[in-house]
Design a binder for this molecule. Structure first.
Ligand code: GLA
Length: 385
């Protein structure tokens, strides 16, 4: 553990959301992912207190928070925090889960007031929960005047999500948020947890398009996919689907029932696509990179069955627009956002065209934005409040 810069008095922490460029539903199969942080974030204004009480307030926009207006959450830090009863979910479960992780490590957390706000939409597949967890962890490091490695911090936040939010997520989101570097995407090997920072070229822009369909990962479908993949790996006689290459899959495909076969086919092909996508990026070969995104989308829709009609529509409209190299759903799925790689010279026109065409068919006035790859969590002295 190293000392973190000492901040006395109020301070502000920001932690970005992330968009995953490719490598979807591969993290919990020990595979490869390629997320990057986006220029939308969660922000916590923190004021130290002299007691052992944490007082949380939320300025999250209506509809993005389960907090009633003006609601104040008070946590007694001198007592061990416990996960909420199943089925009673609240935004404060995320910070509470992170605090519990620090308590487990024996860190003595002083009292504080925290006000949470965000420029990041929640429930849109952009990791608002990971951003809130990592922002909380960074605030606690600052309050305790100690720090932990970004990898340990990411794992602690993932555990908070498992135990306090009931989502059995992989490691991608928390790693992406903790280890983000401006101008880079993170190629993460989810088995070894090694990261390679991949520089992004400004000739191609990243466009994030919110379908407007709320996704929720706690509803059981995500957990079901994990179990189906584990069952497929078992039947194939390997530790995880990461260990199956296309040739071995071809030989053994008959061992799998239809559903597991489809899930495994997606994961195996998606892991290969991540490598091909990175190579295309490094060669500045945008059409090939875009093609990999398109293949990824339809594999997630057909074989993995985590898309929805609106995301499929966005992928189809994008395929018909000049200036789009490729477009796919991003994140857990069942709604949320799509990500497109578009020509930088016409990126704004492309976003507008996609928006108009999507609205004509669905009536949804979708939010979209272009984003560069952003930096990870930051602490600044003073308060914005
Ligand atoms: C969610 C999870 C991640 C990952 C993606 C799908 O974002 O939190 O761990 O599994 O879904 O790629």
């Amino acid at each position: 553990m190293s000392e973190s810069p000492v901040v006395t008095g109020p301070f502000t922490v920001t932690a970005p959301g992330r968009v995953n460029l490719i490598g979807e539903h591969t993290d919990y199969n020990d595979g490869f992912v390629l997320p990057m942080a986006i220029e939308r974030h969660v922000m916590i204004d923190v004021r130290p207190r002299s007691d052992r009480v944490a007082v949380w307030r939320s300025d999250l926009p209506a509809g993005q928070s389960t907090a009633a207006d003006g609601e104040v959450i008070t946590l007694d830090l001198s007592r061990k925090l416990e996960p909420p009863a199943a089925g009673q979910r609240h935004w404060s479960d995320y910070p509470a889960g992170v605090i519990a992780g620090f308590q487990r490590l024996g860190w003595e957390i002083p009292g504080f007031e925290a006000r949470v706000s965000a420029t990041l939409p929640a429930g849109a597949g952009l990791s608002s929960s990971a951003a809130l967890e990592v922002a909380t962890a960074t605030a606690l490091e600052t309050l305790c005047r100690r720090s932990m490695s970004p990898e340990d911090k990411a794992l602690l936040c993932q555990q908070a999500e498992h135990e306090f939010a009931g989502v059995p997520c992989g490691i991608m989101d928390q790693f992406a948020v903790c280890l983000a570097r401006a101008g880079h995407a993170q190629l993460l090997d989810c088995r070894s947890r090694q990261i390679r920072q991949i520089p992004l070229d400004i000739a191609a822009s990243v466009l994030v398009f919110n379908s407007g369909v709320k996704h929720t990962l706690a509803d059981g479908e995500y957990a079901k996919r994990r179990l189906e993949c584990a069952a497929a790996a078992d039947l194939l006689g390997v530790r995880s689907l990461r260990d199956v290459d296309a040739a071995r899959f071809g030989e053994r495909i008959a061992l799998l029932p239809e559903r597991q076969r489809c899930r495994a086919r997606h994961v195996i092909a998606e892991n290969i696509r991540v490598g091909e996508f990175v190579e295309a990026l490094e060669n500045r070969d945008w059409p090939t990179a875009g093609r990999k995104m398109v293949e990824s989308h339809w594999s997630l829709s057909d074989d993995y069955q985590v898309s929805c009609p609106e995301l499929d529509l966005i992928a189809s409209i994008a395929a018909s627009l000049p200036g789009v190299y490729g477009c796919r759903m991003t994140g857990g799925g069942f709604g949320g956002c799509a990500v497109a790689l578009v020509a930088a010279t016409s990126a704004v026109e492309t976003g507008r065209a996609l928006h108009n065409s999507y609205r004509e068919t669905t009536g949804i006035d979708a939010e979209w934005f272009l984003t560069a790859a952003a930096h990870g969590p930051r602490v600044t002295a003073g308060s914005a409040a």
